[in-house]
Design a protein around this ligand. Structure first.
Ligand SMILES: Nc1nc2c(ncn2[C@@H]2O[C@H](COP(=O)(O)OP(=O)(O)OP(=O)(O)O)[C@@H](O)[C@H]2O)c(=O)[nH]1
Length: 512
């Protein structure tokens, strides 16, 4: 082979490697989309997982085609399901709004506004959540206005204000709660549904229940619409990414098959010409005859070789431009993925969810303890808080790395959650620290479940690369006292934790 052809081959190989690398970055992007979308749609999760497996195993890019087609199909069904849940959301919202219309004693302006809003929601294209959202927000304001309207008007001149509130509550409460539960079927809403159910259970009055319903309703609709529009944008991006990968795969496959065919035929032509040349030299009778034959044949061979060089050059140029286009698309795609990922994480934090453990976060704890405290002030039933800290957690990070530390946090969080009662509120307070609010439990009765928590963590069969790892927690707890506020009680639980740490760890301590 000539130096020139050697360098062409090297160039082609380099280009192929770069194409492969770029395809694999595209797949990484798909991978990250998969992670972001995970949990929203079982079938899509499964198809994306299969696509990822396919990418690892496939020897030829054409083998990926069925995976990409299947993923596309399940993306489509995901879109359809999303559109259906949106339609359901709209009809549930209308149901709530219409039952509100039957409320007696509503101010006539409020009633008119309500009618207008409901008409607007009815006439809105159900696929545009952003248009429904402001109307729902207005509906919320009306709900509040109705709740607090204390003057009977021309619609019900004989109703006493108290009766109005009562009628309103008894009429509305059932449809509100059932409407809200319906709205909460989505996994996105699951964490706030849990909190909602807890709060409804401990509410003191119908009025407080109504407040909880109203704020939950607002929260659900807000989250749903945010999540919906983000997911819709993500679906579009994944669709585009898949289409790009698909097109590039098909293109490179088609052109390389095409080029291979052309090259094969050129190579066999060259072989044939060389054979003919050697036959002619054998049959030549004089030196000048030989000269003529060789000149003629060499010129034909030269033309064929040049043709082959041209074809290879063309292939190399085409691959290069496909590569450049892919690189440009990838840059944009990665930026968009990062943007959505960050938005998604911010959204979680805003919604009171810790992104690592999926437990309520510090903000959610602050809100919840304030509520429980206010309730406790009104109805002083035992209220306890426990602060939990993983022992020697720094060593886990130092010895095995941050990602093992993160996994440990997730496993401990899960174990704590599973081992607590439904009425207990567990949050990640920060770092390797958790906090539990326990209602209606006498301190003497709190020690035992906390001791069970400690044992449950101690029993987790942790292993890092087949080496068993012993993880323990220390717990400090206290019960609210008459002079307490949320901070003094927390500080006392923290002191109890300090005592647990300084008397050997892996224990539960109580401070009065
Ligand atoms: N992997 C991981 N580590 C975290 C996270 N948040 C905090 N940490 C680490 O948790 C460790 C806490 O260490 P320390 O406060 O010294 O306490 P400790 O090692 O648990 O020791 P004791 O509490 O005294 O038993 C620090 O190394 C933090 O970097 C997190 O989200 N992930």
């Amino acid at each position: 082979m000539t130096d020139k052809s050697i360098s062409e081959v090297i160039k082609l190989r380099e280009i192929n490697t770069r194409i492969e690398t770029n395809l694999s970055s595209t797949f990484k992007v798909i991978d990250r989309f998969g992670v972001i979308l995970k949990g929203n749609h079982k079938e899509l999760d499964h198809k994306l997982a299969e696509l990822r497996k396919g990418i690892k195993k496939a020897e030829d890019s054409s083998e990926l085609e069925p995976f990409i087609t299947a993923t596309n199909q399940s993306l489509k069904s995901f879109e359809v399901e999303f559109a259906n849940s949106l339609r359901e959301l709209k009809s549930d919202v209308l149901e709530i709004g219409e039952s509100l219309q039957s409320t007696k004693g509503m101010d006539s302006t409020v009633r008119r506004n309500l009618r207008m809003i409901l008409n607007k929601i009815k006439s809105t294209d159900s696929s545009i959540i952003t248009e429904i959202q402001p109307n729902i927000a207005n509906l919320m304001k009306l709900l509040v206005a109705v709740k607090f309207s204390d003057v009977a008007n021309e619609d019900a001149p004989n109703d006493e204000p108290n009766n109005i509130a009562e009628t309103f509550n008894s009429n509305m409460m059932q449809s509100l709660v059932s409407g809200l539960i319906k709205l909460s079927k989505s996994d996105v809403i699951k964490p706030s549904l849990d909190t909602f159910s807890d709060r409804i259970k401990i509410a003191d009055s119908e009025d407080q229940k109504l407040d909880i319903c109203l704020s939950f309703f607002e929260d659900v609709v807000g989250r749903f619409s945010e999540e919906f529009s983000q997911t819709q944008r993500l679906i579009l991006n994944i669709n585009k990414a898949l289409a790009d990968v698909h097109a590039t795969l098909l293109d490179s496959l088609k052109s390389s098959k095409n080029y291979d065919k052309q090259l094969k035929s050129l190579n066999s032509q060259i072989d044939k010409q060389i054979k003919e040349l050697s036959d002619s030299t054998n049959s030549a009778t004089s030196l000048s005859d030989l000269q003529v034959v060789i000149d003629k044949k060499l010129s034909v061979i030269n033309t064929s070789i040049r043709k082959r060089d041209d074809i290879e050059q063309e292939r190399s140029d085409k691959l290069q431009s496909a590569l450049n286009a892919m690189e440009a698309k990838l840059g944009g795609l990665e930026q968009r993925t990062d943007y959505y990922r960050n938005k998604w994480l911010e959204e979680k934090v805003r919604n009171g969810i810790d992104t690592l453990t999926s437990l309520p976060n510090r903000g959610a704890y602050d809100n919840r303890i304030q509520e429980e405290y206010q309730r406790w002030l009104r109805q002083p039933q035992p209220l306890s808080i426990a602060v939990i800290d993983i022992d020697h957690f720094k060593k886990i990070n130092d010895n095995y790395g941050h990602s093992v530390g993160d996994k440990t946090l997730k496993i401990v969080a899960n174990t704590l959650k599973k081992s607590l009662r439904k009425t207990d509120f567990l949050a990640r307070y920060g770092g390797e620290e958790f906090v539990v609010i326990m209602v209606n439990s006498d301190p003497s009765k709190v020690a035992e479940p906390l001791e069970n928590l400690r044992k449950a963590v101690e029993k987790i069969p942790f292993k890092v690369k087949d080496t068993p790892l012993n993880i323990t927690i220390s717990i400090g707890f206290t019960a609210f006292l008459a002079a307490d506020n949320v901070h003094t009680a927390f500080d006392r639980a923290d002191k109890a934790l300090y005592e647990a740490k300084h008397t050997g760890r892996n224990r539960v301590c109580y401070k009065k």
